[in-house]
Design a protein around this ligand. Structure first.
Ligand SMILES: NC(=O)c1ccc[n+]([C@@H]2O[C@H](COP(=O)([O-])OP(=O)(O)OC[C@H]3O[C@@H](n4cnc5c(N)ncnc54)[C@H](OP(=O)(O)O)[C@@H]3O)[C@@H](O)[C@H]2O)c1
Length: 274
């Protein structure tokens, strides 16, 4: 059983399956296999072009919908009135479901400020299209603005977190506000294996470097959503709850953060908190 992170009424399984780049049957089978082996948290988005396959994988697994925590996202290009509602309706239609568990704003948009779309996000919750609402790639100032505008709780901020990026400032802020943090690119998109520090710690615990990187995030209070369609890796990524990293090991991993360690840098990126 995967532990649960509980915030503001949301019960989020402490690890999820990322699905970006997973397409067609590969995506259906990855979701099906993940759910059958115990995953209960799935992350998709309009942008990934695989919501239909994620829905199909859920149905194929036979796992009860009530047991699954499913996230999708509204793209930054669809935040204007009308576009927002059409985006959410399109997601639910493709997924073949009446609601998701978490609806996120995928990226802030420098040309469409939060007052334009935060009321629509809250309305999506009240209308039952999502159980909870949140944001992704939001900085402290954007979160402050979003929370001031929202009349429903913002339960989550999904951000890039892995050992090579410094997430301390935004993480401390979210913790202070009771906002859970989902960590994307938790394996640095494949950069983790081969790192000497992670390798040394992995040997100590009889684990892989990827498992150490995921465990590090869990102990930082982050919910990682690693992506893979390979059954062995799916299984390994789930097997991170039976051991603890020592404080000294956590410190050694935190020291791997680099000023230029961020991987995802699209043009709509906000000015990140230092
Ligand atoms: N909100 C956002 O803006 C945003 C941005 C980016 C991503 N995301 C979400 O976050 C998820 C994860 O990020 P990501 O997909 O970019 O990168 P990631 O999960 O950090 O890395 C994926 C890579 O790690 C490899 N991998 C997985 N498990 C492994 C293991 N146990 N051992 C060794 N290698 C392993 C995979 O290899 P194989 O493919 O060979 O299995 C793949 O190449 C996405 O899928 C998406 O759902 C959100």
């Amino acid at each position: 059983m995967v532990p649960i992170v509980e915030v503001k009424g949301a019960r989020i399984p402490a690890i999820g399956l990322g699905t970006m780049t997973l397409k067609g049957d590969v995506c259906v089978e990855a979701v099906n296999a993940a759910l059958k082996m115990g995953y209960r948290h799935l992350d998709t988005a309009v942008f990934y072009g695989n919501e239909a396959e994620v829905g199909e994988g859920i149905r194929k697994s036979g796992v009860s919908r009530d047991e699954i925590f499913l996230t999708t996202k509204v793209p930054h290009s669809d935040l204007a009135p009308g576009d927002f509602e059409a985006s959410v309706e399109g997601s639910l239609k493709r997924l073949g479901l009446p609601h998701v568990d978490l609806l996120l704003i995928h990226w802030p948009n420098p040309d469409i400020p939060p007052p334009v779309y935060i009321p629509a996000l809250c309305k999506a919750k009240r209308s039952g299209q999502t159980r909870h609402i949140g944001v992704a790639n939001f900085t402290i100032s954007l979160l402050e603005e979003a929370e001031a505008l929202a009349d429903e709780p913002i339960v989550n901020n999904q951000i890039e977190t892995h050992p090579f990026v410094d997430h301390r400032t935004i993480l401390a802020y979210c913790k202070g506000r009771g906002i859970s943090v989902t960590g994307y690119c938790p394996l640095g998109r494949g950069r983790i294996p081969g790192n000497a520090v992670l390798e040394r710690i992995a040997k100590t615990h009889g684990k892989t470097e990827a498992q150490i990187a995921l465990r590090f995030l869990v102990q930082e209070g982050v919910v990682p959503i690693p992506r893979t369609a390979t059954p062995e890796k799916l299984k390994a990524n789930l097997d991170i709850f039976g051991f603890m990293l020592a404080d000294s090991e956590m410190t050694d991993i935190r020291r791997l953060a680099e000023p230029e360690g961020r991987i995802v840098k699209p043009p709509q990126s906000p000015k990140w908190d230092s």
